[in-house]
Design a protein. Structure first.
Lengths: 216, 216
DNA sequence: ACTCCGAGTTACCGCTAGTAACATAGCTAG
DNA sequence: CTAGCTATGTTACTAGCGGTAACTCGGAGT
């Protein structure tokens, strides 16, 4: 019964891992991204070294935790992006999906956008990866959106690079506007969706100058 | 001679403060945002409690440090934005100014975009300010750009809110695209500037569908 | 019965942010 | 000249963090 035993063992380890992840999730959602390994271990009913055996270090745990949520968010975004509708509608649906997600679970959002933390010891070796500190979920979203744009649109020569730049740019726009909106709540969601879609549709370039200028 | 004395005292304290800030700057530029108070104090040739007397806590020091760089960056952006030229030219100049800044001093950029750190003790009191963790320099840039847009453009009713949303959105676009570009360096700066300006000019909406779709 | 292996624990290390208590210079008042 | 006050600086400490070494325990294999 080797297979059965090995399978049992595997599932046992996997189940443990999932239990730990769920405990970590609870703590992170309660205490924010500053949750300590001690607190997570306590919530899971065990002690620190077990966490380290399973996840290596805090970064590993956070990465595993972030991957779950990121995958879920990306799946729903992809669904909105792949809907059979006009381009403008799909863009609005995608924006709305993202904003609805961060609105519904702001703690998750906050955790996802704050994973690196720069740890206490940052040995400054590895040659200063300048862009390494970017938020992983944003990078992934940007890459995926860039791919979708490249697949769908005909942008002439240099399509691929243009699509990637746009992907990252649009994701950044969505993120920054969403973050500000989530903090100040100045208007309903639909209004922000419309405003951002309008921005992407070139209304900035089309707008007329103001008549009575700023300095008299 | 009370006034003179007090004045001397003031300038002395201010000079000290500036010296400390410059030392902190050096250390942060060398060690990244994870620079410790001990290291900064050593670089300044003094010990920790003095730093705390001057800046309260690490957040205070970082805020003071960030304010300097943020002010400088905002000033140069404002200059690009206020140039007497066509709108498209000004937008491109502003994008280029930002990208040139982060390209020229990536460590400063990295520090500015990573100030909060969430610290070890995040008491979770104060009711979970959902949006509080946003990067301050981005918020400031978004607000200022929103104001400029509001002053300059005629967007009909609801101009103010629309301008703010656009301000934060555009800044986020610039930031995310710049971050990705700084990490991968896939093309010269001017190309990214053009791509982002094209995006803002509605080329996404105007682009034609690809003929040979993705799935054959 | 003996061994091995994985799960788990206690107890520690080195580091951090931040602070209390003590020491020292220089100026002002009596 | 001495007493006191204020600013400036130090040493020595606390509490908590991420991370690890070394030990303990229970159950499978031969």
């Amino acid at each position: 019964m080797e297979t059965t035993q090995r399978s049992d063992h595997q599932t046992s380890a996997d189940r443990r891992r999932r239990e730990l992840l769920e405990a970590a999730d609870r703590v992170v959602l309660r205490d924010g991204p500053g949750a300590s390994m001690n607190a997570i271990a306590a919530e899971a009913g065990i002690t620190k070294p077990i966490l380290y055996r399973h996840f290596g270090d805090k970064g590993g745990l956070y990465a595993a935790l972030a991957k779950r949520h990121t995958d879920a968010l990306l799946a729903s975004l992809r669904a909105a992006l792949d809907a059979p509708a006009e381009r403008r509608e799909r863009v609005e649906a995608t924006l709305d999906t993202y904003l609805a997600a961060i609105e519904a679970r702001p703690q998750v959002y906050r955790f996802l956008m704050h994973p690196a933390e720069g740890g206490p010891q940052q040995p400054a070796e590895a040659g200063f990866d300048t862009g390494r500190n970017s938020i992983p979920v944003l990078r992934r979203m940007g890459e995926e959106l860039g791919q979708v744009i490249e697949e769908r649109l005909d942008l002439g020569p240099g399509t691929q690079q243009l699509a990637r730049m746009w992907g990252h740019g649009i994701v950044g726009m969505m993120h920054a506007a969403g973050d500000w909106w989530l903090g100040e709540r100045p208007c309903p969601r639909a209004e922000l969706v419309r405003a951002l879609a309008d921005l992407l549709w070139g209304r900035l370039a089309a707008a007329g100058d103001r008549v009575g200028g700023p300095g008299f």
